[in-house]
Design a protein around this ligand. Sequence first.
Ligand code: URA
Length: 434
Amino acid sequence: MLMTDVIVKKRDGLKLSAEEIEFVVNGYTKGEIPDYQMSALLMAILLRGMDSEETLELTMAMMHSGETLDLSKINGVKADKHSTGGVGDKTSLILCPMVAAAGVKIAKMSGRGLGHTGGTIDKLESFPGFNTGISEEKFISNVNNFGIAIAGQTADLDPADKKMYALRDVTGTVPSIPLIVSSIMSKKLAAGADVIVLDVKSGSGSFMETEDKARELATELVRVGKLAGKKTVGVITDMDEPLGNAIGNALEVKEAIEVLKGEKKGELLELCLTLGSCILTQAGIAETENEARTMLQKGIDDGSALKKLAELVEGQDGDPKAVYNTGLLPKAPVQLEVKSDKAGFVRHISAKDVGLVSMHLGGGRVTKESVIDLSVGVILDKKVADRVELDEALGVIHAQTMEKAQEAAQLLKNCYTIVDTPVEKSKFIKGIVK
Ligand code: URA
């Protein structure tokens, strides 16, 4: 088989066979197909698309490109969650302990942040000593003992996606539904959970800028998950502004702890109750959504969800005291309030640009090798639809130096669109695909 023939076939809008897809994935993973040919094929897929069968074949070939996790030694139902990527998205830090406290095992592989989006693994490393590189044996024994483990993806898991994603990132081929579906689902299927819940972001801070596109992505993700024999649900949620108030690793951990303590309500809690009730009902732990929500809320009210977070941290060599005393988390030396130049109502906060402010402060990765500063970031005091007065604080910058803080303050102001007339907030949970 020749790679050139496969490229030409897709360029001309024809359907690739299972053998052709397997040939491409295996050849590229082994280094037998060069980047320039793979780039051409990825662009042809982006422009010409793939049908459902091709997307499933691509997912399966990528899943089998490396090791797959065998979770059969874990008793009970195992669940995993994935977000298509956002700014201020600390959902996993709240949702996973809540679900584990309700009795579903969380065996989760997570990624690091790249560019303006954050990653759960980086956030967890804000706990002093936390080890995201635990062995497979420890991962499995922690899930059995504590009901929860969250580890970084190993190099052997889905190597095809690692290479393909890195190439897509630099060839303008990320926003393609078949490529996103195969990338996400191949990793989730290789990680072995029984229930998969997908938080599909929609809006200016996400890959899918329109709700229709996000729904299309969610539908395709769920379809592939089900065809692969997994209970899969997609929840479409708003990412037109950052999620919650904190952006930056340790700051987000602190906000997650506030939610787990029951001190903070709002969209973040609502999202975790929605995703969590999908997991509990799919896992058969709860019969109805209402019953699931009651169970999840109970974990917050009686402190068992927060205790689960402490067990997760301790089980992976971190300091669980930081869960109860967030003063032990990394803290930036400079805090600068950002005051509004204008009175009015917040119409929009560009999630992507707020992510870039955090990156400017050193909180995000420019390249995969970047070392990030866990302490820096932004707290947004004003969110969409809020009234703001002249000189009132829009937010607070957490920085290493006053100079950096001042630069970031200007950038943060530019993220806000403030208008004279009241603004209606759009729906946060836009739909559920089962
Ligand atoms: N997240 C992934 O893991 N892969 C994509 O292609 C997009 C988002």
